[in-house]
Design a protein around this ligand. Structure first.
Ligand code: FDA
Length: 314
């Protein structure tokens, strides 16, 4: 009960411009700054340092230039240009160009044609560096359009692009069928948005059961599927299914968010699994950060400790 109220509250707060301005001044500055734990850096230099550290530890990465729901063509152009710049800078630094993009950030809600064009440019730029673009999945109002745009870019002949599917939605089994038919790569997640029970399982047990069921299909028929979860039960189920069906560790990967369950990230690496870390970076960290609190209200304790540290100046 408490968890569900806290979740709804944090998801509401994630949309507040006023709070965003107020909180941003603590942001990601300083070693104890509360958002820094979950954000790979605000600047490119910070990001590149983070990526080198992850790479030395044995992790691969996917980058997300923070931002979503732009409301003008100019802002969509800017976000897209930022991604093109990111691809080039990361490539020049000798690091893999694996990125995650939200279509609402590059114009989906302002000009669909512009969004498609921006995505094509980003996918083409990533290809030049041998990179890959994952289209993040957003709230349910954007799913049809996101899948259609993905299919359009796939139909252009681009193969370095994949999508995300969310197990909390009743529709996902059919969407998975659609993506499997193409042979495209899927990242499976539980889903991070507040969805109505008419379209999404309200109970965690059902979301989990759907996740396991979908993971089996992906392990059997998917193209290098990615299982993005911090849930030890999901991970155990995937490992067991792969082992029992003779599916090697190289056939799939686990993905986790930067700063979340670092113990589990290391343990999976040590057991010989591929682990990709989703690294968000940039200045627009507030809504992303609030969604992490919504997922696990206990993270608030971590935030409070960070603020106290900072105020004591230690
Ligand atoms: P769940 O929330 O069921 O919790 C299980 C356990 O995991 C908890 O008990 C705790 O131990 C741990 N845990 C989970 N979240 C934590 C946190 N924030 N801090 C500390 N511990 C935590 N969603 C979406 O809708 N579209 C997308 O494109 C993506 N993309 C994406 C990429 C990657 C790499 C990841 C890991 C996740 C996403 N998500 C996403 C988010 C996803 O839908 C989901 O909201 C979160 O991963 C939380 O669900 P879990 O399966 O991790 O665990």
């Amino acid at each position: 009960m408490f968890e569900s109220i806290a979740r709804t509250l944090f998801l509401l707060v994630s949309k507040s411009r006023l709070l965003k301005r107020a909180v941003s001044r603590y942001g990601t500055r300083g070693p104890h700054s509360f958002a820094r734990r979950f954000i790979g850096g605000e600047t490119f230099d910070e990001l590149i340092a983070t990526l080198h550290t992850l790479s030395h530890q044995g992790f691969s990465h996917t980058l997300n230039h923070l931002g979503e729901h732009v409301t003008s063509r100019d802002a969509a152009h800017t976000a897209s240009a930022d991604y093109l710049d990111t691809v080039d800078r990361v490539g020049l630094a000798g690091l893999p160009c694996k990125i995650s993009v939200k279509l609402s950030q590059i114009g989906l809600e302002t000009d669909r044609g512009l969004c498609v064009e921006n995505l094509r440019q980003i996918v083409t730029a990533a290809k030049r560096h041998g990179g890959f673009v994952r289209i993040d999945m957003e709230g349910s109002a954007l799913i049809d359009q996101t899948l259609e745009i993905f299919e359009r870019v796939w139909a252009d002949g681009h193969r370095n692009v994949g999508v995300v599917l969310q197990s909390y939605l009743y529709r996902t089994s059919a969407d998975l069928e659609r993506v499997l038919n193409l042979g495209a790569r899927v990242r499976l997640v539980k889903g991070a948005y507040n969805e109505h029970p008419d379209i999404a399982y309200p109970l965690k047990a059902d979301v989990d059961a759907a996740f396991v069921h979908l993971s089996h299909r992906l392990l059997r028929e998917g193209t290098t599927p990615a299982f993005a979860t911090h849930d030890p039960q999901m991970i155990t189920a995937i490992r067991a299914f792969a082992r029992d069906h003779g599916i090697g560790n190289e056939a799939f990967e686990f993905q986790m968010l930067y700063g979340v369950r670092r113990d589990l990230q290391m343990a999976l690496l040590a057991d010989g699994y591929a682990v990709r870390i989703y690294v968000p970076f940039g200045l627009e960290w507030f809504p992303y950060f609030m969604r992490r609190l919504a997922e696990r209200p206990a993270n608030v304790g971590f935030v409070i400790k960070s603020v106290l540290y900072e105020q004591r100046g230690s």
